[in-house]
Design a binder for this molecule. Structure first.
Ligand code: FES
Ligand SMILES: [Fe+2]
Length: 317
């Protein structure tokens, strides 16, 4: 990735919100992981109690990086340099060679980042001024109570900021031109606080004729969206977009399907997943070289691009 040039092409700030920072399976009990995401260096670890915790990476004592050679002790993290220990709320819990922990170090502090783990992912709340979370990241409600299981997973580093990446769905005209698909109908959009909902009913072509289908999207913030496919198959796409810096995003797809899926829907599901990846790879080629235009020349048929941009402003501090 070419850091300098794509940062220049995008003059957008970093949005605040909940962002996926790791897959749960990458972080066993007692594991520690350095993270370079959202223009920030973090350390992520899992305590003995199974909970994931995230702090700023640099030890405030003398600056060691807590993501390398540190050790999980109980639920706390021990710095490799002088063995100070930190709780997940940023408190210093032990200084082995000093009789007393200064009171200002014994308090929770803003070096700690709120963590939410669910659906096989660890999410961190990030805000440039370290404001407390402005909304909750609720678990998946789209799949109801039946048994669903995680299916395919893939990730990409893309040369585009989150705002531009997620504008893709509002850009109606590119579907036919770039992807060679039928242009989707303009989705019905509903905004509730920091969450965006949209839904479209479509007739999806299949070898056995058209089937009525419905696609609903819930995006609780800029970092994650849940796209639920109904009708032609039952499938949920959890798409996550975590800024790396102002010009680059870590994009992840995690699919979920019912544990028991009708035989004929299994093939449709595979085809649909491959199709989203085919389209995404076409988008990625455009994103690699495009730039952000604050005053694009839009015509009838372009879709609600400016409305989407206006909506997205709520995620900037
Ligand atoms: S630098 Fe971390 S304990 Fe000294
Ligand atoms: Fe696209």
């Amino acid at each position: 990735m070419d850091k300098a040039s794509s940062a220049k092409r995008y003059d957008l700030p970093l949005p605040f919100g909940w962002f996926a920072v790791a897959r749960s399976e990458e972080l066993g009990p007692g594991a520690v992981k350095p993270l370079e995401l959202i223009d920030t260096e973090f350390v992520l670890w899992r305590g003995e109690d199974g909970a994931a915790r995230v702090l700023d990476a640099y030890c405030p004592h003398l600056g060691a990086h807590l993501g390398y050679d540190s050790k999980v002790v109980g639920n706390d993290l021990q710095c490799p340099f002088h063995h100070w220990q930190y709780a997940g709320d940023g408190r210093v819990t032990a200084i082995p060679y000093s009789p007393k922990i200064p009171p200002k170090l014994a308090r929770a502090c803003d070096r700690a980042w709120p963590v939410y783990e669910d659906m096989g992912m660890v999410f961190v709340w990030w805000h440039p001024h370290k404001a407390v979370p402005l909304w909750e990241l609720s678990p998946v409600t789209e799949i109801g109570d039946e048994g669903w299981v995680a299916d395919e997973y893939r990730d990409w580093v893309v040369d585009i900021p989150v705002q531009e990446l997620t504008e893709n769905g509002a850009d109606i005209a590119h579907f036919a031109a770039l992807h060679g698909t039928r242009s989707p109908p303009v989705p019905e959009l509903k905004i509730d606080g920091y969450t965006r909902y949209s839904s479209v009913s479509t007739r999806m072509p299949t070898p056995r004729g058209d089937i009525d289908g419905k696609i609903t999207v819930r995006a609780p913030g800029p970092g994650v969206s849940f796209t639920r496919f109904h009708g032609i198959t039952e499938m949920l796409l959890m798409q996550m977009h975590t800024p790396i810096d102002r010009g680059h995003t870590l994009l992840r797809h995690q699919y979920f399907v019912p544990a028991v899926l009708e035989e004929r829907k299994v093939n449709v599901t595979r085809a649909l997943i491959r199709e989203t990846w085919r389209q995404l790879e076409q988008d990625i080629r455009i994103w690699k070289h495009k730039k952000y235009l604050s005053n694009p020349i839009l015509v009838k048929g372009d879709g609600p691009i400016l409305a989407y941009r206006e909506f997205f402003q709520r995620y900037y501090a």
